[in-house]
Ligand binder design. Sequence first.
Ligand SMILES: *Cc1c(COP(=O)(O)O)cnc(C)c1O
Length: 398
Amino acid sequence: MTISPSIMTTYGRIDIAFTHGEGSFLVAEDGKKYLDYASGIAVNAFGHCHPKLVEALQDQASKLWHTSNLYRILEQETVAEKLVANSCADRVFFCNSGAEATEGAVKVARRYAWANGEKERTEIICATGAFHGRTLAMLAANDRPLFREGFGPSAQGFTHVEWGDIESLKQVIGKHVAAILVEPVQGEGGARKAPEGYLKLLNDIAKENGSLLISDEVQIGMGRSGTLFAYQKEDIEPDIIALAKGLGGGFPVGAVMAKAEVGDAMVPGTHGSTFGGNPLAMRSANAVLELLLENDFLSNLRKMIVYFDKKMDELIKNDMRINPIIFAKKGSGMLRGLQLIEDVNAGDFGNIAREKGLLLVGAAENTIRLLPPLNTSKEEVDNAFDILNDIVLELKKT
Ligand SMILES: *Cc1c(COP(=O)(O)O)cnc(C)c1O
């Protein structure tokens, strides 16, 4: 079967269609079962069809789907209060995707400066390797010149500094800077964890300069770091946080979270979203938050992360014995990567993994990303690493 020509060709799709999913597994049309360690690119935080998520959506589906933000949405207030109670933020705006969350975050930062009478403070500092989404403005925030090609003039007001290099930030920081926008762990950029102390320094410099810090936690947020938010591991308090991917556990939902003073720069009419925070999305997000916050889930997850890390070390140790193909262990929490040597293509690695029933996803820097569901079991982890060991052995031979 070939892909329908009615689909716009924005993706180079793999010719597999899944018919259903259960937990960490996906089943394709031909009945083949896959261990899904791509999780829809860090979206299915609790795997597929988690009973609690199914129940929440089914219940809401029979009551009320959409009303609009013209009215109070009680489910939205519940989720916002949970996010606020468990973070440094005080205000939440709901949207439907990651790019809307990062772009909304930039709007909030600029508007806050403007509301304080600092009309010239508009610049947003981003890092090399950054990925913040695909809207026209976020194309300028990304460090992906190819993504901008053919799309006309770039949005103004975005500067890039060398990821991990404070000196390069010091050269461009100034009173014109509204915010520093950073991913605590770069996902698309190659599962790159910020160097030790980097985020703290960014935060200090932002604050000394009267600029805001925006933590783009679209991929690493909602537990994937091992804490509810990635910034919580760093002894900092960002002024704005962007969320999406895992937040709805598979239902499209994003959020912009902000400190009170910053969020209050947004007054009626300054921003909006027709669908943002509708009851279905909010019931999904609420169920995800309950799963993350109850029954010691996060402390158990941290133990699994330690185990996962140990398995990565073992894999690399085995690989190192002869003709290593793994160049580096990358990432953090449950956003991990294996950077491969130049001669071995991460795409080929992913293809072999898929043939062997393991779904992974590529990233920049010839890195293959591992994004397991956060509730994956020890057996599944062992199973995945058996397959990874096989692939590494196989690739050595060729
Ligand atoms: C995926 C991603 C985005 C964009 O999210 P979309 O839902 O695809 O718009 C933004 N920032 C980061 C860090 C991401 O990983």
